[in-house]
Design a protein around this ligand. Structure first.
Ligand code: UDX
Ligand code: UDX
Length: 433
């Protein structure tokens, strides 16, 4: 068990709550501060602002050690202040650090030694700037540590408690040691390094993961052209211990709150310092094109899409979350609407609200596919694994499934009477395509 400390968290968003909840689980006293009154009220009343497995239980279990507030002054007694505010891209593609600066403006007056711990993903060089700003404001009692998060939505609690590594970049040795101690009780290699390298580790890890996805997506596209099956290819490739099996699932491209924005931020960071990051630019472009390939697959079967009824199955950017930030479903829906298609959509948890004007939302899969000319699997929800059923075939006007996540078995789906297109899967035998 870690020696119990008092920890302040700026930002009761997804990262802030997972971090706060898990640090409380390790035995610390945690004060979570947000600027949005409704959010704080909801948390105080025990209501979750979003869907993340295991998080409600963690927050409930550690209720006595967790406190939610709007008042930054309550963080004065904290030993460490974790910054978990959002860092969205600006129009130029740079990360918008205004929320980070706003959190700094709200730093409480405190005579004690405090460590500002940056969890949010920030460009390399941010630590240096923040440190200079702290010194400029005479806050010599506040140290700075970069401690990036590597949490994936849907498994964030597990990722925090059982991480592959903990990265800690510090200017002062004692601050690095103090932050490492906060994680006592977690079994994982600790990478102690300088601040700039810690910042870069996060950006590089994300960029590498995206590169794998765009790479396997391009292999899938070539597989389609030459008649190989990308699922088989990924299986064979992934058994090479130098390559590994992860992040080799071909599909309709990555989305989410991190990859799209962090790839732009890294590309922009490189180009601001005079380097054109060619590979990353290609990774981003491949991903954009990948989302749109579904449209040409639909066109191949249906011809013009005007007036065609298309069911989008799954809206979240991946299964296990209700998050629709940068979800491929958003691009697909607006492309389909602009082609004049009639779009119906279903998701078990995500609610697009204003994001999908013009799309009819349905409460069930069967409702979404009723009368449809095609069903597109956009998110790999378990509920969709049984999609190739007689009931669905009967309900559809045309039994066509475009499987954007390769969750169905092509042969079985075809045997069940559907036309089937996956991503990088072999065409129907004797289909001539
Ligand atoms: C964010 C970033 O998107 C990610 O890059 C980073 O690694 C971690 O932080 P997330 O937790 O999903 O991820 O953001 P979000 O759900 O938007 O939460 C941020 C919270 O901070 C919001 O509740 C917001 O109200 C709050 N906030 C923002 C503050 O409390 N103070 C501020 O000054 C600004
Ligand atoms: C990611 C990183 O995994 C995490 O370490 C980082 O802190 C934040 O960004 P997250 O966005 O929650 O986490 O989801 P992840 O599971 O990594 O998936 C990202 C996207 O890539 C999803 O749209 C997913 O569908 C897609 N993906 C993932 C693929 O298309 N193929 C794969 O093989 C893996």
């Amino acid at each position: 068990m870690a020696e119990a400390r008092t920890i302040g968290i700026f930002g009761a968003g997804w990262v802030g709550l997972v971090t706060g909840g898990c640090l409380a689980e390790l035995g610390h006293r945690v004060i979570v501060r947000d600027v949005v009154p409704e959010r704080i009220e909801a948390l105080q009343a025990g209501r979750m602002p979003f869907h993340e497995p295991e998080l409600p239980e963690v927050l409930e279990r550690n209720r006595d050690r967790l406190h939610y507030t709007l008042d930054a002054n309550e963080l004065a007694e904290a030993d460490a202040l974790f910054v978990c505010v959002q860092t969205p891209p600006t129009y130029s593609g740079d990360a918008d650090l205004s929320y980070v600066w706003a959190a700094l403006d709200d730093l409480p007056q405190s005579g004690r030694r405090q460590i500002l711990v940056m969890k949010s993903t920030v460009p390399v060089g941010t630590g240096e700037k923040v440190n200079a700003a702290l010194e400029g404001r005479g806050l010599t009692n506040v140290g700075y540590v970069s401690n990036p998060e590597f949490l994936a939505e849907g498994s964030a609690v597990r990722d925090f408690i059982d991480p592959d590594r903990i990265v800690i970049g510090a200017f002062a040795e004692e601050d690095g040691i103090a932050v490492e101690k906060l994680y006592a009780g977690i079994e994982a290699p600790v990478v102690r390094t300088d601040v700039a390298s810690a910042e870069m580790i996060k950006l590089a890890a994300n960029a590498f993961l995206m590169t794998r996805i765009s790479f396997i997506n391009e292999i899938a596209n070539v597989c389609e052209a030459v008649g190989a099956d990308v699922v088989e290819v990924a299986r064979g490739v992934g058994l090479d211990h130098r390559l590994g099996p992860h992040f080799l699932r071909a599909g309709i491209g990555y989305g989410g709150s991190c990859f799209p924005k962090d790839s732009l931020a890294l590309k922009q960071l490189a180009s601001n310092s005079g380097y054109h990051f060619q590979l990353l630019s290609a990774v981003i472009e491949v991903n954009e094109l990948q989302k749109r390939r579904v449209i040409s697959k639909l066109g191949k079967h249906l011809g013009k899409l005007r007036g065609k009824k298309i069911a989008l199955l799954g809206l979240a950017f991946k299964a296990g979350t209700d998050d629709m930030r940068e979800a491929p479903s958003l691009v697909l829906a607006s492309r389909l609407l602009s082609e004049g298609a009639d779009v119906r959509a279903w998701d078990p948890v995500a609610n697009p609200g204003e994001l999908m004007k013009g799309v009819v939302l349905c409460d069930s899969v069967i409702d979404a596919v009723r009368g449809a000319d095609a069903a597109v699997i956009v998110t790999e929800w378990d509920e969709l694994r049984g999609l190739a059923s007689p009931e669905v075939r009967e309900a559809m006007a045309r039994p066509l499934i475009i499987d954007g996540r390769n969750i169905l078995d092509p042969a079985e789906t075809r045997r069940a009477g559907f036309a089937y297109e996956g991503v990088g899967r072999q065409p129907e035998p004797n289909s001539g395509s």
